[in-house]
Design a protein around this ligand. Sequence first.
Ligand SMILES: Nc1ncnc2c1ncn2[C@@H]1O[C@H](COP(=O)(O)OP(=O)(O)OP(=O)(O)O)[C@@H](O)[C@H]1O
Ligand SMILES: [Mg+2]
Length: 281
Amino acid sequence: MIEVKDISFSYERGKGRALKDISLNILEGTYVGIIGPNGCGKTSLLRHFDGLLIPDKGKVSVDGLNTRDAANLKKVRQLVGLVFQNPDNQIVGTTVEEDVSFGPGNLLLSPGEIRRNVERALEMVAMEKHAGRQPHTLSSGEKQLVAIAGVLAMNPRYIAFDEPTAYLDPSARKRVLAAMRKLHREGITVIHVTHHMDEITHADEVLVMEKGAIAGRGKPAEILSRIEWLKGLGLDTPPVTELLWRLKLMGADVRVEALTLQDACEQLYSVIEKGISGGSI
Ligand SMILES: Nc1ncnc2c1ncn2[C@@H]1O[C@H](COP(=O)(O)OP(=O)(O)OP(=O)(O)O)[C@@H](O)[C@H]1O
Ligand SMILES: [Mg+2]
């Protein structure tokens, strides 16, 4: 479990707080979505999970290891991997294989173990056929998959993704999201920061941040159906949910909590059917 207990953090002493009194637990095996407007503190929070930032107040612990204790940081950084927005900033090797070896190499594993970790990590993101390629020849989506493999090669229990699809075209976005769902199915805890609401409809829990604090949390259907609130925060809303919300405003008998197109269609058919049999269509 990643335990965040009443943390606050400022980048500069005496200046405004980037994080304010945040408490949350991320349970092992869950998929947690984090949304919130620009500058609300999402990245700052993720950087606390692996001890890149240490809170001014409160504590963060990963599987019982407090990040404030420098002796814990190596283990914490092996347990929690971070994947960032821009894949170009995350690739350091001259080949894909060398790049993915970088993390486990730092863990002082034997060459055999490193090779096995790298092979398995590339397989998990379906990039095993590209091991010998030079990173600059990869597409942005492939680079992001390599960055994910680099984290996976360290056998993390948790991976925090900071807007991992922000720089990707729709097909690359699909590939990266599929890889994330797969590694979650394999038991890795996923923390997923995004501005795309449709990417977190399957999450176990969604956290909403505002001005450095947690402004709301709940199941995706609960959170994503609060259309007016989300709009007030300047966030996008899933088109399916927004459609039902507008119908409801017009007086239709629908549930706004639907997250899938199929659910929305079924509700629409039922509204149309009632309209036809009631003589209004
Ligand atoms: N390195 C830094 N030095 C000083 N202030 C920073 C630094 N990084 C972030 N901040 C400030 O901390 C606050 C939170 O920023 P953060 O990047 O965590 O937000 P975010 O929710 O990730 O935003 P975005 O959606 O734009 O990625 C903002 O006010 C930001 O300006
Ligand atoms: Mg950010």
